[in-house]
Write a protein that binds this ligand. Structure first.
Ligand SMILES: Nc1nc2c(c(=O)[nH]1)N[C@H]1C(S)=C(S)[C@@H](COP(=O)(O)OP(=O)(O)OC[C@H]3O[C@@H](n4cnc5c(N)ncnc54)[C@H](O)[C@@H]3O)O[C@H]1N2
Ligand code: MOO
Length: 390
């Protein structure tokens, strides 16, 4: 059995980002750029008004000008401004030839076809967006390693980019094991339990930006599980099995993994919940055997699966670990790192009730996992411990 730290280290050492791919902007929200993006055009591509108003030549600002036409956003035809003239213009429209300044419509007086200007603060070039102010042709817009946030996607779209080279998000299969599982919404027969792990994992994966998720079920026989695992490995980058990873007579995950050519990197971590965690690889494919208890599944997900997914998708940062003051005294036996469902507020971490690994009621309210280290038995109120924000 290995420590939490060793398990995390082995996962990190055994995972590399997925092969970069060229994808449409619509498909790459929250992805990491695998190559820099360069501007293909000067943007703005033309001198553009940033206000609704009147385009003028700055030298004419003190006189009364004659209204000589209109440029709306999207105007396909260029106008030329002559001395003594103003041209009506709208936000986003191209400046007429000969104009250098835009006066806001709130600052003018209008007398028939004549326009007067009372803006003493007007400066040359006011309310004009220069050509290439956002980006120049050939200039680097974003770097390799940058995150494609909503703003980044809009920036790239705004400079005319529609495809980018990114680290893909992994395709993930969830395999549920256990003959006892019943779908929520149907009546429970004797001995059945409602299936909940696919709900936690699917939702958590979606929060990481993963959309390609397949949920599969395998009956508790070695043949069936091996068949399902084999096909999941063919079609996905990551396989998350839940249950069947302990020592019971119907726990076939280890054998099925071996039969599918998966190399075991570790099995069993000195932790609670989630002690029988399994991690393995088949070439570049990543396999987690998550211990079936619903809290064990989620604890292992936050501690081990999230960093793995981040690394596969080229992301550097992993889990949000911070120090916090423990709210109460707490005792546990030596030997296992405990992860307690807790709440975090104003620097203080409070353990919640229902800590058993089959229970989720307090996990449903928790905002953090409180990490109590392997070697320590007694923890005191006010002591600094590490927490993982979830
Ligand atoms: N003799 C021993 N027994 C057990 C040990 C041990 O060391 N020696 N470890 C215990 C620990 S710790 C855990 S955790 C579990 C993990 O067992 P498995 O991964 O083999 O999981 P299962 O036995 O299949 O299921 C455990 C538990 O979780 C329920 N479950 C499973 N899948 C789902 C699901 N999709 N939705 C909701 N609930 C699920 C299942 O019904 C069981 O109650 O082993 C201990 N035993
Ligand atoms: O480690 Mo198991 O997950 O406690 O019940």
């Amino acid at each position: 059995m290995i420590s939490v730290e060793e398990a995390k280290k082995r996962i990190n050492e055994n995972i590399s980002p997925l092969k970069p791919a060229l994808k449409l902007l619509e498909e790459v929200s929250e992805h990491i750029l695998a190559a820099p993006v360069f501007g293909a055009y000067d943007i703005p591509a033309f001198r553009q008004s940033s206000m609704d108003g009147y385009a003028i030549s700055f030298g004419d600002k003190d006189g009364e000008l004659e209204l000589a036409g209109e440029m709306a956003a999207g105007a396909a035809e260029q106008l030329t401004l002559k001395s003594g003239q103003a041209i009506r213009i709208f936000t986003g429209a191209p400046l007429p030839e000969g104009a250098d300044t835009v006066v806001m419509q709130e600052k003018i007086t209008k007398n028939g076809n004549k326009i007067g200007f009372g803006d003493d603060k007007l400066v040359l070039g006011a309310n004009v967006r220069p050509i290439g102010a956002e980006i120049r042709t050939g200039e680097m817009a974003m770097q390799k390693g940058d995150l494609l946030t909503p703003a980044a996607l809009a920036f790239l779209a705004g400079i005319g980019t529609n495809k980018v080279e990114v680290y893909p998000m992994p395709k993930v299969a969830i395999i549920l094991t256990g003959n006892e599982l019943q779908q929520p919404g149907l009546p429970l027969e004797f001995g059945q339990v409602y299936e909940s792990n696919s709900y936690s994992l699917s939702a958590a994966l979606k929060k990481e930006g993963i959309s390609d998720i397949e949920v599969l079920k395998a009956a508790d026989t070695l043949d069936k599980l091996t068949e399902v695992l084999k096909s999941a490995l063919e079609n996905n980058d990551v396989v998350l099995l839940t249950g069947g990873v302990s020592v019971g007579d119907y726990d076939f995950v280890l054998q099925a993994a071996a039969d599918c050519g998966v190399t075991q990197i570790f099995h069993k971590v000195k932790q609670k919940p989630g002690k029988p965690l399994f991690f393995g690889k088949q070439n570049d494919k990543v396999i987690f055997g998550l211990p079936g208890n619903p809290s064990s599944v989620l604890n292992c997900y936050y501690n081990y699966v999230v960093p793995a997914i981040k690394k596969l998708s080229g992301k550097a940062n992993s889990i949000k670990e911070i120090p916090a003051k423990l709210s109460h005294d707490y005792q546990k036996p030596k030997g296992l790192t405990h992860f307690l469902k807790g709440n975090y507020s104003e620097g203080k971490a409070t353990p919640l009730g229902a800590q058993e690994s089959y229970r989720l009621s307090s996990f449903a309210q928790a905002s953090c996992l409180i990490q109590l280290n392997e070697a320590q038995e007694n923890f005191h109120a006010g002591e600094i411990v590490n927490i993982i924000l979830i």
